[in-house]
Design a protein around this ligand. Structure first.
Ligand code: FAD
Length: 292
C-alpha cells in the first residue's frame, strides 16, 4: 500500500506530527489536523521522542488520528534506549493498534553527547531495525530517513548513501528526507541515489519556516543549511507576520521547483500546526490537483 501512494500521477502528501505535552496541546493538534484533512493526505505520521520518552503517546496519537479520520498512520520508532525485545514489544503494540507503517530510525545521541550509544541487547544502525520489522512484522510498511545534505555523523556522502541502501535492501520501501531549503541539494541527492541503483520513492521533507529563531534552532540541530539570502530576508523585520509570509513564499517556490522536478510526494513537518502548510497549498499548483 505504501509504495502505491507514490505511483499516482498526483504527488502523495504526508504530514508529520509530534506528541503534544499537554491536554491543551492535544486539543489544538486535532483542530489543525481537521483543517489539514482538506488536502487529503495519504497518511499521517507521529514522531517518537528522544530516548523513547513519548512511546505510549506516539501510539496514542496515531491511534486517535486513525480513529477520527480513517486514514493510514505511521509511527516513528528509534533504537534509543531499547533492546531488540523492547522494539519487538512496541511493534506488536503498533500492530495490535492497527498502525499501518513504521518510520524506522536510529535516533539521535542524547543531548550533550556526540555519539550514539548502543543499548545492550539493542541495535546500532537503523537497517537492523528495518530487518527486524521486515522479518517479524511483515504487515507493517517501512519508511526510512535520507539526508540530501548528508547525515551529520557520516564520514562521507558515499558512505551515507551506502547506509541508505542498506536500509532499503533490508526492506525499506520509501525514503523520507531530512528537511532542506535548497532544492539543488535534493536533486543532487536523488541523482546520486539513482546512480547507485536506488529505485524506491524519495520523498522531500519540508519544514516551512514561520519564525527565524525557531528555524535556526532546528537547522542547527539537524545540520540543514539555510540559504543566506533567505535568512537575510527573514531578518529584515523582527515581525512575526513578515517572517511567516517570507517563509511561506520560500516554501511555495520550493514546492513549485520540486513539482517541476517530478517528485513523487511531499512530507510536511507540520509541527502540529496547519497555517503555513495551508497557505503553501493554496498558493501552489499542487493545490488544484488535490482540492476540487
Ligand atoms: P542510520 O541510518 O542508522 O544512520 C546513522 C548514521 O550512521 C549515519 O551517519 C550513517 O551514514 C551511519 N551508518 C549507518 N549504517 C552504518 C554502518 N553499517 N557503518 C557505519 N556507519 C553507518 N529522531 C527521533 O528521535 N525521533 C523521530 O521521530 C525522528 N523522526 C525522523 C523523521 C525523518 C523523516 C528524519 C529524516 C529524521 C528523523 N529523526 C527522528 C532523526 C534521526 O533519528 C536522526 O537523524 C539520527 O541521527 C539518524 O537516524 P537514521 O535512521 O538515519 O540512522
Amino acid at each position: 500500500m505504501l509504495y502505491e501512494f507514490y505511483q499516482s500521477t498526483n504527488p502523495a502528501l504526508s504530514f508529520e506530527l509530534f506528541p503534544p505535552k499537554s491536554v491543551a496541546g492535544e486539543q489544538l493538534l486535532y483542530q489543525h489536523v481537521d483543517r489539514l484533512m482538506a488536502y487529503q493526505p495519504s497518511f499521517i505520521t507521529c514522531t517518537y521522542g528522544a530516548g523513547g520518552s513519548t512511546q505510549s503517546k506516539t501510539l496514542e496519537i496515531v491511534g486517535e488520528v486513525k480513529r477520527r479520520y480513517a486514514i493510514p498512520v505511521a509511527s516513528h520508532l528509534t533504537l534509543v534506549g531499547s533492546t531488540a525485545d523492547d522494539l519487538r514489544a512496541y511493534l506488536q503494540q503498533a500492530v495490535d493498534q492497527s498502525v499501518d507503517f513504521i518510520v524506522a530510525l536510529r535516533g539521535d545521541p542524547p543531548a550533550g553527547s556526540t555519539h550514539f550509544q548502543t543499548t545492550p541487547g539493542g541495535f546500532r544502525y537503523a537497517n537492523e531495525l528495518v530487518g527486524l520489522i521486515k522479518t517479524e512484522f511483515p504487515q507493517l510498511g517501512i519508511l526510512v530517513a535520507g539526508y540530501p545534505e548528508k547525515h551529520q555523523e557520516a564520514v562521507s556522502i558515499d558512505s551515507d548513501l551506502e547506509a541508505l541502501r542498506r536500509k532499503l535492501d533490508a526492506g525499506g520501501e520509501v525514503v523520507l528526507t531530512q528537511l532542506f531549503y535548497d532544492n539543488e541539494d535534493f536533486f543532487r541527492f536523488r541523482d546520486r541515489c539513482e546512480q547507485i541503483g536506488i529505485s524506491q520513492p524519495i520523498v522531500p521533507g519540508l519544514l516551512p519556516v514561520t519564525n527565524l529563531d525557531q528555524i535556526k534552532r532546528i537547522t542547527s540541530l539537524c545540520g540543514a543549511k539555510l540559504p543566506d539570502e533567505f535568512v537575510n530576508r527573514l531578518g529584515q523585520h523582527n515581525d512575526p507576520d513578515w517572517q511567516f509570509q517570507v517563509g511561506v513564499d520560500q516554501s511555495v517556490q520550493q514546492v513549485e521547483g520540486l513539482l517541476a522536478g517530478g517528485v513523487p510526494g511531499f512530507h510536511f513537518y507540520v509541527l502540529n500546526r496547519s497555517d503555513a502548510t495551508i497557505k503553501i497549498m493554496e498558493n501552489t499548483n499542487f493545490n488544484s490537483s488535490i482540492v476540487g
